[in-house]
Write a protein that binds this ligand. Structure first.
Ligand code: SF4
Length: 81
């Protein structure tokens, strides 16, 4: 099964209204530190980098929903082998 790289292009632009966490809670959550989006710990390639992860391909649909509905368009994704 393919995997998906997902990243936040410009985290400081997040307006914290939680569309992504509602549409794709498996991948995105809101930081308790600053209230902005982060990639869930379990998917991060670097545990200290909140902005990037590699997730299972079966989450593609929910990632696309988050990508398409983020009002400030900061969610990015790409299929990888
Ligand atoms: S949908 Fe976009 S603006 Fe809203 S919380 Fe997620 S990343 Fe931030």
């Amino acid at each position: 099964m393919s995997r998906i790289k997902v990243w936040i292009e410009s985290r400081e632009a997040c307006i914290s209204e939680m569309v992504c966490t509602v549409l794709c809670r498996e991948v995105f959550e809101i930081s308790r530190e600053d209230g902005k989006v982060i990639i869930k710990d379990m998917w991060r390639t670097d545990k200290l980098n909140f902005n990037e992860g590699v997730v299972s391909g079966d989450l593609e649909e929910c990632i696309i929903a988050a990508y398409e509905n983020c009002p400030v368009e900061i969610i990015r994704w790409a299929r990888i082998e």
